[in-house]
Ligand binder design. Structure first.
Ligand code: TGC
Ligand code: FAD
Length: 385
């Protein structure tokens, strides 16, 4: 399963799933961990890894056809777990490309759009971003102000999207806008007149990931830019379900990295003439972390099997996203303290994970939004407004 596998989940994985996991694990150990601390410090996304992610078949890996690997969802989850053990920014990159851009083009796009974009997105030649959140509308995207108006053979888009992962490196944006027929999705190519991208700086989280603002000023795109299968927020939420699934597993990876670091550190550092791990208070922290990680792994594993069977319900995805990110953030904070002063250094991955997980806690539905989704599911009463 993960290197931390207290409940022996490993035998429940197929040989193919283990191969995917081990391949991504090796890639992260050899090619990500040696550079990611510096990337985080310099606030740079490691673009040089994009061709490697593509070679490993990780872009659109759960999609069939169009050059995609066509693997099952559990494999996608395991890949996300290993990528986020490296850094949440790397998993974010893959989530956005796969679940938030390739998935909607595959699911809601015309055959022409699929042929045009998906093969290049699978090879990493073309990077996508997903524009839903706006400066004044985050948790409640139904309030979005971005408008698309049909004008002859074109659509004219006006509005702004903010906090958009991959914006600065994108070749296309999947953009959601209100039309006379409700919310619809559009593929807007970079370079379209009236489409501007501005990167957001001074982030203290996800520093090894590009986050941007997208601005549309009378941006005229061909009629064929509309994703024909989109109508209403349902399409948006289907994309989010897929990406949230990846986060469920990714959070386990980040938590595992923090746990392993804290375990190793406390076994080797001595104070009061004993290893830190010999103190009861330290052991309690390690035990609590491991217990929560184990529960999170079981949720992820079961959700993977449900999704592979086409039976995962949105409330189940929300519960796993909410829980797993919550426990990962808690594990990172606990591990940070256990490393003492070293806990604040980029020499160790813990503080980096802790900062990253603050974003993961907020994006793809905040902790509160997922609480309310589950609350609505079990009571039948929506308490969002
Ligand atoms: P609501 O009226 O409840 O639903 C609208 C329609 O959608 C259907 N539906 C779903 N369908 C599929 N999956 C789901 N999870 C669904 N949830 C609802 C629903 O049945 C309805 O269908 P229909 O046919 O009747 O129209 O919609 P609402 O506006 O009340 O939504 C409520 C709420 C709060 C749950 C939703 O707005 C929400 O999830 N808000 C959070 C916003 C969010 O997560 N934004 C994420 C932006 S992208 C991002 O953060 C990327 S980070 C980068 C990375 O991933 O690494
Ligand atoms: P708000 O919605 O203003 O919420 C602020 C606080 O109020 C939160 O604690 C929230 O839980 C709480 N709150 C809101 N409503 C309620 C309620 N009804 N009841 C109780 N509490 C409530 N978006 C994209 O579209 N694409 C991307 O690629 C993307 N990437 C991102 C990358 C990063 C690094 C970050 C930080 C964000 C990204 N986002 C992206 C945006 C993200 O999805 C939003 O930040 C998120 O949905 C929350 O919206 P908000 O920030 O406007 O917070």
């Amino acid at each position: 399963m993960s290197r931390v596998d207290y409940y022996d989940i490993e035998p429940l994985l197929t040989p193919e799933e283990r191969l995917v996991r081990d391949t991504v694990r090796q890639f992260v150990d050899r090619e990500v961990l040696p550079i990611i601390g510096d990337c985080f410090e310099r606030a740079e996304f490691p673009k040089q890894l994009i061709p490697r992610l593509a070679e490993l078949g990780l872009l659109g890996m759960d999609l069939e056809g169009y050059g995609c690997a066509g693997l099952n969802y559990t494999s996608y989850g395991l890949a996300c777990q290993e990528l986020e053990r490296g850094d949440s920014g790397l998993r974010s990159f893959v989530s956005v490309q796969t679940s938030l851009c390739m998935y909607p083009i595959r699911t809601f796009g015309s055959e022409e759009q699929r042929q045009k974009y998906l093969p290049k997105m699978a090879t990493g030649e073309l990077i996508g971003c997903f524009g839903l959140t706006e400066p004044d509308h985050g948790s409640d995207p139904s309030g979005m102000e971005t408008r698309a108006v049909r004008d002859g053979d074109s659509w004219v888009i006006n509005g702004a999207k903010r906090w958009i992962t991959n914006g600065g490196v994108c070749g296309l944006a999947v953009v959601w806008a209100k039309t006379d027929e409700g919310v619809r999705g559009f593929v807007v190519e970079r370079g379209a007149r009236g489409f501007e991208v501005r990167d957001i700086h001074h982030k203290l989280s996800l520093r090894a990931s590009v986050t941007s603002e997208l601005i549309f000023q009378d941006c005229r795109v061909p009629a064929a830019s509309l994703l024909p299968g989109t109508k209403g927020l349902r399409a948006v939420l289907m994309c989010l379900n897929d990406a949230r699934f990846g986060i469920v597993w990714g959070a386990v990876g980040a938590a595992t990295s923090c746990f392993e670091t804290a375990l190793e550190y406390t076994k080797t550092r001595t104070q009061f003439e004993k290893p830190l791990a010999a103190f009861q208070l330290t052991q309690e922290k390690l035990v609590n972390m491991l217990t929560e990680i184990t529960k999170a792994q079981l949720l992820a594993y079961r959700l993977g099997r449900l999704k592979d069977a086409g039976q995962a319900k949105p409330g189940q995805v929300s519960m796993a996203k909410m829980n797993n990110v919550r426990i990962a953030l808690e594990a990172a904070r606990t591990a940070r303290g256990m490393l003492g002063a070293n806990g604040i250094s980029l020499e160790y991955p813990v503080f980096r994970h802790m900062c990253n997980l603050e974003s993961v806690y907020t994006y793809e539905g905040t902790n509160e939004v997922h609480t309310l989704i589950i609350g609505q599911d079990i009571t039948g009463i929506a308490a969002f407004a």
